[in-house]
Design a protein around this ligand. Structure first.
Ligand SMILES: [Mn+2]
Length: 323
């Protein structure tokens, strides 16, 4: 539960501006989009002007239908210096991507649930125990508006389901989350439709690409760690669109004895993105932060200026310390 004091700090923040830019992290996922859209609706209800911004790219199938709602730059916004900035599902400014907000001195408020987020400031609501940023936004929405609207309920449920793996990642202490989810259903969110939106719509090529990634997988440390990768050739053959990391992770973590996994993607000749996942005790955010990334205990990411070949031994060295 978010404290009254935190809610008040948010109210104070929105009282101090007439217009807001709302932004999430680059390569937005369902939770990021849901948080931004629900905040957008809430602020409009409160009579504020809003602009939704995202660096993109909208790679995930389920995010594509929302892409048209987001601007990609500030350029045509008048009086931008008077805007307040709300950053959702993200805290580090470099995760926002190729949008030049660093040069503009925005009054900023951060809403995030990442473990690596800095929660020391006044202008933030950071709750690392929240399974989704959408869950934090729901609480803000309900505190300011009494209840969520149907459109907000639908999108917030989509966000919550995305980040909680359709509730698979929740533990026994999550009764409150289900109560909150129940309020979203009561307002019109549809579990079956949401599940189909999140898991369906994949291309044939995306399944072939998954096959490649399964094929590249190797195990280390007596089967505790599994490492796989996607080369530039794989991407060229099957396309970047419709990458389905969740299916990959879910299948690889299902292997008996596997505690953590790493998936490296060569994005350009000299840049890789890395996804880290773990099942229970292994804290992959520690490894991710060693490579300049961050995230949660069981799900983290990083971006490195290197190649797959060079990166694998470095990653193994870090896992050696914790496995
Ligand atoms: Mn999130």
């Amino acid at each position: 539960m978010i404290s009254k004091q935190k809610i008040n700090s948010f109210i104070q923040f929105i009282d101090s501006h007439a217009a807001f830019v709302i932004i999430g992290h680059k390569e937005p996922d369902g939770d990021c989009i849901a948080s931004c859209l629900a905040l957008d609706e809430l602020l409009r209800i409160k009579g504020k002007k809003t602009v939704l911004l995202s660096a993109g790219p909208f790679k995930k199938t389920e995010t594509k239908c929302y892409e048209h709602l987001f601007k990609t730059s500030f350029e045509d916004i008048q009086n931008i210096s008077s805007y307040g900035l709300i950053i959702a599902d993200c805290s580090a400014k470099d995760r926002i991507g190729e949008i030049n907000i660093k040069d503009l001195e925005f009054d900023t408020f951060i809403i995030d649930h990442h473990k690596t987020a800095d929660s020391s400031g006044e202008n933030c609501i950071v709750d690392a125990s929240a399974p989704a940023a959408a869950y934090i936004v729901q609480q803000i929405f309900e505190a300011l508006n009494g209840e969520v609207t149907k459109t907000a309920a639908e999108v917030l449920f989509f966000g919550l389901c995305t980040d909680s793996g359709f509730f698979r990642f929740l533990e026994a202490d999550s009764a409150e989350i289900f109560v909150a989810a129940s309020r979203l259903i009561a307002k019109g969110a549809n579990p079956k439709k949401t599940y189909n939106l999140i898991t369906g719509g994949k291309s044939f090529e995306s399944r072939k690409l998954l096959g490649k990634l399964f094929d590249h997988a190797e195990i280390f440390f007596d089967g505790k760690l599994i490492v796989t990768y996607e080369t530039l050739e794989d991407t060229a053959a099957y396309g970047q669109n419709g990458r389905d990391s969740d299916t990959l992770y879910q299948n690889l973590l299902a292997i008996q004895g596997v505690e953590a996994l790493v998936c490296i993607r060569q994005e350009t000749e000299e840049q890789c993105t890395v996804g880290f996942r773990s099942r229970e005790q292994v804290d992959v955010s520690v490894v991710a932060s060693h490579f300049g990334g961050g995230g949660h205990k069981n799900a983290s990411g990083a971006c490195c200026q290197t190649t797959i070949k060079e990166l694998i031994p470095q990653i193994l060295q870090e896992f050696q310390k914790i496995l």
